[in-house]
Ligand binder design. Structure first.
Ligand code: CDP
Length: 218
């Protein structure tokens, strides 16, 4: 069991998890942890180093000589790769196209999952990703799965002006061998297709009241 509370938010690409998790964390005074950013950061480093993301042994030997530091800055997770902040590069078309391939490598996952679990020892957190409720913190009683129709998700990404083949990522994420995207048995599922971010946050807060984490007057 982690020493702090973890609220797990999982779901497919562009389902609105990040916006929801950030707003929820702010309202609760928890740290917002974006685990997708960790897979994206590693992918950026792989590409910037000229390594083929599909070449698992080349990716792993690069990682063996890479320092990955995860910390908290301004109530949010922050990552440094060999001392460099990769944030400006994380949503490039190249990273979008390669991240799910890198995320299929089980040794990459175990390294990043260890860093994710370390947040559970540092602070109460709202952690979002693909496998937080199913594999990273399966013992947390606070699990949410945010979905939306594929059309709505594609529209959301296009509105952000980003090139992103979300259906291809969903397929890779759902079919990989190690901790694929699944709905944890005890997760509360929210379809955000016709909800605003505040609407989804409101539903989560309502559920956290029912579960006794928050007082009814919150
Ligand atoms: O923002 P979006 O939902 O599109 O993606 P993200 O959360 O930034 O995650 C990018 C990619 O990282 C996903 O498509 C997965 O391949 C991988 N990922 C993962 O495998 N496990 C996680 N816990 C988080 C992300």
């Amino acid at each position: 069991m982690p020493s702090h509370l973890i609220i797990a938010i999982d779901g497919p690409a562009a389902s609105g998890k990040s916006s929801v998790a950030r707003v929820l964390a702010r309202r609760l005074g928890y740290v917002y942890v974006n685990t997708g950013a960790m897979y994206r950061a590693v992918t950026w480093h792989v590409l910037a180093s000229g390594v083929d993301p599909a070449d698992q042994s080349a990716v792993l030997s690069l990682l063996a000589s890479t320092t990955i530091e995860c910390d908290i800055a301004g109530h949010e997770s922050a990552i440094l790769i060999n001392g460099v902040d990769p944030t400006p590069n994380l949503v490039s078309e190249a990273v979008n196209g390669a991240v799910s391939t890198v995320a299929t490598i089980s040794q990459v996952r175990s390294q990043l999952v260890a860093l994710q679990r370390a947040y559970g020892e540092k602070s109460n957190s709202v952690m979002e990703g693909r496998d937080i409720g199913s594999a990273v913190f399966p013992e947390t009683p606070y699990k949410f799965y945010i979905d939306a129709s594929v059309e709505v998700r594609a529209q959301r990404r296009a509105k952000q002006g980003l090139q992103d083949s979300i259906t291809q990522r969903d397929k890779l994420d759902s079919t990989r061998r190690t901790s694929p995207l699944v709905i944890a048995e005890d997760a509360h599922v929210i379809d955000s297709s016709h909800l605003t971010v505040d609407g989804v946050v409101g539903e989560i807060i309502g559920r956290l009241k029912i579960k006794g984490l928050l007082p009814t007057e919150f």
